[in-house]
Design a protein around this ligand. Structure first.
Ligand code: GAL
Length: 941
């Protein structure tokens, strides 16, 4: 368990120095990350037996409080379940099948796979006696989806959304001074999106402890108004009282600057709210000459809210915020801190290669940095609220955000989701706009859409008055939602006449919420439908869609349009348009699923970024194409570019604003070189060289990775004998690691059906046909002979507990599908008697030393197909008539160790996501492949 007191250690330290009077107090808030050491197993969507008998009882958790049954009961035996750490996405661990969902990337989980659509998670935590009187809660950042949570067998609630955070107060159910069991049943059988969404507890989980009088979660709201050179800060706090303490409390609001220095503080005495009531309190603070938050300098301040009672701090809550102004102007576009900013945005889903939706926090930074490197300054969370860490990364790195709710509507399901999103996210300076919908084809152009938008927009303003509201619209731009929405969100030039809409609604600002949806396979320069290859030259993809260049030019030329969001920054699983199976990821991204750039990145970088850019495509390894014409394109922001093949000039061309250059070049091996000129002077050059065959494996850490980060993105590539990167290499590379673990592998190939993860397979095998025979003596046998089958009767049937035999022998069978040499087979016995002797296929088995109810079964005594288990025991006695006697002998666990990690390169690259072990000084990743020089990467702390 990692304890956060109450935020990052470093800032906490600085904070401590400047606030040494604020000592950590037992009654203060504690927030502990409880991602480690969970048990997991699949249940079943409709076969309750395969769902461990959950909800089968005469009384269920819905009829009687605390009647969580099956795995929901605290006493359930989960020893045979797989151990794992969160975040976890079980969908990405599965294989692919044509029968699986197009939207979810053909992974064999969720919709259509009842045996892989229910996931059970269990975790034990201890809570000390001294916590009595505190409010103990479980906080989930997001579970996909439809989760039910139980605590010590008590049902806490259902959360349908796969994207919203939620919290349960468990104080009343806690076993203080002892062990407590958290159980989550996740039902991913339905999809909320038409894109990959993962499955399971894929975001963080926390245990929170507070005083009964406390600030509610997401209970602060910080607004700043800049007057002359100063900022007036309005800090609102919502305090709840879950106890009987009355009287006055003191609220102290303190602002700390980026260095942790106190710069402003106010305090006031107020009456504590009544029992189970909430109250809002507002304070005004001032920041002189504030450092504003913007894209280049994302300055962040912190508000520390303390509640004091009788002179003692009883709660502390920290809120990170930024000071900035922003506005949309219907004529001139978007303004940040009074300066015009063209929104250069991308849309993105939340999954990444190798790990699906279970992203370690570091990866959020990696992805946002990649987008910033492309010159992008804005991110649309399509089409759902993101994980809090994404917004933290955007705040800290300087990326503007459109935060979007999942579904449009005016009922609790919709408005409550919207409210929770806004309350959770409204202090993030990066968020500049709320989106309340996307392409709702049923209502976009009609009066229902108009009504819903009006309500959702007004509702949004009632929670956050500082940001405007948009809806991304695709079917015609003149009626329905588009006639009432505050900021018009245009999805695609081909979907309507943007200029005509603007002429009709002159006061309505607008932006391109989606554009592009172009297709490109990284490193591919000839479309080949048979191979599902889409050429990476930026061309008009479909009759009513436009290239990235056409899209950007349209938005760049119109000052009244605030900017554009291309579909998408990164490829994602699912939606492999224009193909289907066996393509499993999208083709839309400027980067592939790993974050390796496609050529479009350099087009955007040329016109979005501030650095000089020169990039030529394609690569120059076209053996067999000698003498044939190849299109050579240059992306650059130089004034002119001259191209040379083997030192011979192929002409100098003038670059048009927001354009690119093209040459037709007859292929001959060698060096293709481009030289970029600015004001007539050579400023840049770029070469594409024909390489030799691959010889060495090269592993490198992405330069965006912090060396002290626990999760590191590693690139594997091949080089020829001169050390040149081979752009066509597709060898399979095997990986091994010391001092850490591999989280996932990917290569950006949309048609790759290779495993993303190599994890041990845990199979639970039931014991069937359970029968019994009476023994005449309590001395248990040393041997079992099973001569006469007829003597066996169904186990425990009509047992007269008052007249039990001195001992019984039970018999059952279990099927082993594959009795592989490296399988580890364990019988997890559940007590059905006192003295016990276990036999498998006639062989006596000794219990293991660490657990007397665990029997490791040697492969030599097992066989493929049917195996027989005998359990001889002296019986348990029923004390009270209503005692429920265990009749379940337990379960057989078969663990098949994972194969070693491997992945093919795709057009020269693969990605390995590794995580250092805690406390390890050194991590070594090794890569080998047939006929190639092995590669090693050593990372030191
Ligand atoms: C849009 C939609 C996106 C994605 C995209 C693909 O219509 O909003 O979610 O599906 O099309 O072109």
């Amino acid at each position: 368990m990692k304890t956060i007191f109450p935020k990052e250690i470093l800032s906490c330290f600085i904070f401590f120095i400047s606030f040494c009077t604020f000592s950590q107090n037992k009654s203060e808030r504690e927030l502990t990350l409880i991602d480690k050491d969970w048990r997991f197993s699949f249940g079943h969507l409709y076969d309750t037996q395969k769902d461990f008998g959950h909800a089968e009882g005469y009384f269920s958790y819905l009829t009687k409080t605390g009647f969580g049954d099956g795995p929901a009961a605290s006493g359930f035996d989960d020893r045979a379940w797989r151990k794992l750490d969160l975040p976890h996405d079980w969908a990405v661990e599965q294989s692919f099948s044509e029968k699986a969902s197009f939207s979810h990337g053909f992974k064999t989980a969720g919709k259509g796979f009842p045996e892989k659509s229910i996931g059970w998670y269990r975790k034990k935590i201890s809570i000390p006696e001294s916590d009595k009187g505190r409010i103990i809660s479980l906080k989930f950042d997001g579970v996909f989806r439809n989760s039910k949570v139980f605590f010590n067998g008590y049902f806490l609630g259902t959360e349908q959304s796969g994207y919203n955070g939620f919290e349960y107060d468990v104080s009343a159910y806690v076993n203080y001074g002892g062990e407590n069991t958290i159980v989550v049943r996740v039902d991913a059988s339905m999809e909320e999106g038409w894109f990959y969404e993962g499955a399971g507890i894929y975001r963080h989980v926390y245990l929170q402890k507070t005083n009964p009088i406390h600030i509610v979660s997401n209970g602060t709201y910080v607004i700043s108004e800049i007057k002359n050179d100063n900022a007036e800060i309005t800090a609102e706090v919502t305090i709840e009282n879950k106890g009987n303490d009355k009287g006055s409390i003191e609220i102290i609001q303190t602002i700390l600057d980026t260095g942790g220095k106190q710069i402003s503080s106010v305090s006031e005495n107020v009456p504590a709210p009544e029992f189970y009531k909430k109250a809002n309190f507002t304070s005004k603070l001032a920041v002189k000459n504030p450092l504003l938050w913007d894209i280049e300098n994302p300055n962040l301040y912190r508000l520390v809210t303390d509640i004091k009672q009788n002179g003692q701090i009883i709660d502390r809550y920290e809120t990170s915020f930024g000071i900035r102004t922003m506005k949309f102007d219907a004529e001139k576009g978007f303004f940040l801190n009074g300066k015009p900013v063209k929104l250069k945005g991308t849309n993105n889903h939340q999954d990444h290669a190798g790990i699906g939706t279970a992203l370690p926090d570091e990866l959020q930074y990696y992805r946002i940095k990649k987008l910033k490197e492309m010159g992008s300054n804005a991110y649309r969370c399509s089409h759902h609220p993101p994980t809090p860490e994404l917004l933290k990364a955007c705040d800290e790195l300087g990326m503007l955000v459109i935060d979007e709710t999942r579904l449009m509507g005016i009922n609790d399901y919709h408005l409550n989701d919207l409210k929770r999103m806004i309350e959770r996210d409204r202090n993030h300076p990066s968020i500049f706009c709320w989106s309340v919908g996307n392409e709702e084809w049923n209502i976009e152009g009609n009066i229902v859409g108009e009504r819903i938008t009006t309500i959702m927009q007004g509702f949004t303003k009632s929670i956050d008055s500082t940001r405007p509201v948009t809806v991304a619209i695709s079917s015609g731009f003149r009626s329905g939602i588009s006639s009432v929405v505050e900021i018009m969100g245009y999805n695609y030039l081909g979907n309507g006449d943007i200029d005509a809409h603007r002429n009709e609604f002159k006061k309505q600002p607008g932006m391109g919420t989606e554009e592009g949806s172009t297709f490109a396979t990284r490193g591919i320069y000839f479309t080949d439908d048979a191979k599902h290859y889409q050429s990476a030259y930026d061309k008009k993809p479909r009759p009513t869609f436009y290239s990235i260049e056409e899209g950007w030019k349209f938005y760049a030329e119109r000052p009244y349009l605030a900017g554009v969001f291309f579909w998408t920054g990164f490829d994602y699983r699912g939606e492999p348009t224009p193909y289907g199976w066996p393509s499993v990821t999208s083709y839309f991204g400027m980067m592939d699923v790993c974050g390796f750039p496609k050529d479009n990145v350099f087009y955007l970088k040329s016109w979005w970024g501030t650095e000089p850019v020169l990039h030529i495509l394609p690569h120059w390894n076209w053996s067999g194409m000698e003498g044939k014409e190849i299109d050579v394109w240059a992306y650059s922001n130089c004034d002119e570019v001259e191209l040379f093949l083997n030192k011979k000039s192929l002409g100098k061309k003038k670059m048009e604003l927001n354009g690119h250059l093209e040459w037709k070049v007859k292929y001959e091996a060698g060096t293709l070189e481009a030289i970029g000129f600015k004001n007539g002077k050579k400023v840049l050059s770029q070469v594409q060289k024909t390489t030799g065959s691959p010889e060495n494996i090269k592993l490198s850490v992405d330069k965006e990775n912090l060396s002290n980060s626990n999760v590191v993105m590693v690139t594997a590539e091949l080089t020829d004998k001169k050390g040149l990167h081979v752009p066509t290499a597709d060898d399979e590379i095997a990986f091994s690691i010391k001092g850490g673990k591999i989280l996932g592998v990917g290569n950006g190939n949309p048609t790759s059906l290779e495993s993303d993860k190599f994890i041990d397979n845990t199979n639970l095998v039931a014991i069937n046909n359970f029968k019994e025979k009476k023994l005449t003596s309590a001395d248990l046998p040393d041997k079992i002979e099973d001569a006469n089958d007829a003597d066996w009767t169904v186990a425990f049937k009509d047992r007269d507990y008052k007249k039990q035999a001195p001992a019984y022998v039970y018999k059952g069978d279990f099927e082993l599908k594959n009795n592989l040499d490296n399988n580890i087979v364990t019988f997890f016995y559940k007590k059905i008697g006192k003295e016990t002797a276990v036999f498998v296929n006639g062989n006596k088995i000794e219990p293991s030393k660490d657990d007397t109810q665990k029997y490791i079964l040697n492969k030599a005594i097992l066989k493929e197909g049917k195996n027989t288990i005998y359990i001889a025991t002296t019986p348990l006695q029923r004390i009270k008539d209503w005692d429920v006697m265990n009749t379940d002998p337990g379960i057989i666990q078969v663990v098949t160790p994972a194969e070693s990690w491997k992945r093919k390169l795709f057009n020269g690259y693969a990605q390995i996501i590794i995580q250092k072990n805690e406390g390890e000084k050194e991590v070594i990743l090794s890569a080998t492949a047939k006929g190639l020089q092995a590669g090693n990467l050593v990372l030191k702390k």
